[in-house]
Design a protein around this ligand. Structure first.
Ligand SMILES: [Zn+2]
Length: 162
């Protein structure tokens, strides 16, 4: 007997298309898994509506479930509640840091930054310095910004908060 938990463990093996060190489950986009008779419905919330990696994630989820012998798979998109970087697990944030991507701060901080109430502090994932500057709004992918550390002079990606 296959359970919803089994399906979750399969999905944990799917790497994020943009950041292969974390899985789509750790990224927090998988909201719900339902198993009815032999049909699986997976509800996912895109990281943001224009994220080009979403189609890939959808294909990967479908392929993974097919691989395990279930042919009837439906992927449902839900935009509410909206995904936030708070849904990324703490463990995954640590993996991001080790990978060289500054983990996202809490989204509430970013909202304050957007409203000009607080300056964003992005710490260098290499040396931990808070003296960094944004070089470009867009890093290696649209979901990241490119920063440079003024202490160790290393450029790095910052995972944007939404
Ligand atoms: Zn540094």
């Amino acid at each position: 007997m296959i359970t919803e938990n089994d399906i979750l463990s399969w999905l944990k093996e799917i790497p994020d298309p943009e950041i292969p060190v974390i899985s789509v489950v750790e990224l927090g986009v998988v909201r719900k898994i339902e198993l009815n008779n032999s049909k699986v419905t997976v509800t996912v919330t895109p990281t943001y509506s224009g994220c080009p990696a979403m189609k890939q994630m959808e294909d990967d989820i479908r392929a993974k479930i097919h691989e395990n012998g279930i042919s009837d798979v439906e992927i449902k998109m839900t935009y509410s509640p909206a995904w936030t970087t708070d849904w990324i697990t703490d463990e995954a944030k640590e993996k991001l840091r080790v990978y060289g991507i500054a983990p996202p701060e809490h989204s509430t901080i970013d909202k304050k930054v957007l409203m000009g109430l607080q300056e964003r502090v992005v710490k260098c994932p290499q040396c931990g310095s808070a003296v960094t500057e944004m070089i470009s709004q867009f890093g290696s992918t649209a979901c990241k910004s490119l920063y440079k550390c003024k202490d160790c002079l290393e450029p790095f990606d910052y995972f944007k908060c939404l």
